[in-house]
Design a protein around this ligand. Structure first.
Ligand SMILES: [Zn+2]
Length: 239
């Protein structure tokens, strides 16, 4: 009789390896959510991506100023070089200037050198606009929230903290300011707060501009603290 045990042993080992690879892959896919899962109670940090854009950034700045709120702007380097005056206005209003890559590519498919140049070129153009005294951006948000080991390693080598989000204002299911307000507030209430992402550039952001005052006023009415990102992150680190 042929002894088949060694064969099954190999199959078992291969199965275990396969299961581990699948598990690691699933955990990797889950990362963007889990990284931002913990939320300081009733605390919100505002973030804006894809600007600056002369069509929408001034309106966002005005809405924030009217409510004396501070936000973080994840800026695309190329847009900054086209509209340096808007970057200056963002910084002058006391908001945090952060890095969102140079051309908003699918960064997760790029080599480490390419990721590096996307981040450093953006830092460079922001420093040129804001002057040598301005701090180098410490926060980085990868386009679409997609991660890779190249992105994570480069960000860490450049001493940048990767910031994702809990709730996004824009969603294809909501088409009126009231609908946007209702959906966003429902998600914020479910999370008891979180990092809110809205966009001030890229596509047509008219709906965002119309919805933002409603959301900000709801947050205030419901007793949420709207804090700068460093305050939010510090509070979270103490949890
Ligand atoms: Zn983006």
């Amino acid at each position: 009789m042929v002894d088949r045990r060694p064969y099954w042993k190999t199959v078992l080992i291969l199965l275990i390896i396969f299961a581990s690879v699948v598990f690691a892959w699933i955990m990797r896919l889950r990362e963007p959510q889990t990284m931002m899962a913990r939320v300081p109670d009733k605390m919100v940090a505002l973030t804006f991506d894809d600007g600056p854009d002369p069509r929408f950034t001034p309106a966002v700045l005005q809405i924030l100023k009217a409510r004396n709120l501070s936000a973080t702007f994840f800026i695309i380097g190329q847009n900054a070089s086209e509209h340096p005056e808007l970057v200056q206005e963002i910084a002058k209003d006391g908001h945090i200037v952060a890095n969102h890559s140079y051309t908003h590519p699918h960064l997760e498919n790029l080599t480490k050198d390419q990721v590096d140049s996307q981040l450093s070129e953006t830092d460079h153009v922001l420093q040129q606009i804001l002057g040598p005294g301005a701090p180098v951006p410490v926060y980085f948000r990868p386009p679409r929230g997609n991660l890779s080991s190249n992105i994570e390693e480069t960000a860490s080598e450049m001493n940048k903290q990767i910031i994702l989000w809990n709730v996004c204002v824009e969603n294809h299911t909501t088409t009126t300011p009231k609908e946007v307000e209702k959906r966003v507030m429902k998600l914020i209430d479910q999370n008891h707060g979180g990092v809110l992402l809205a966009h001030d550039g890229g596509l047509d952001r008219t709906l965002t501009i119309q919805s933002l005052p409603l959301i900000l006023d709801d947050l205030k009415r419901e007793g949420y603290q709207i804090v700068p990102l460093p305050v939010y992150l510090h509070t979270r680190s103490q949890m």
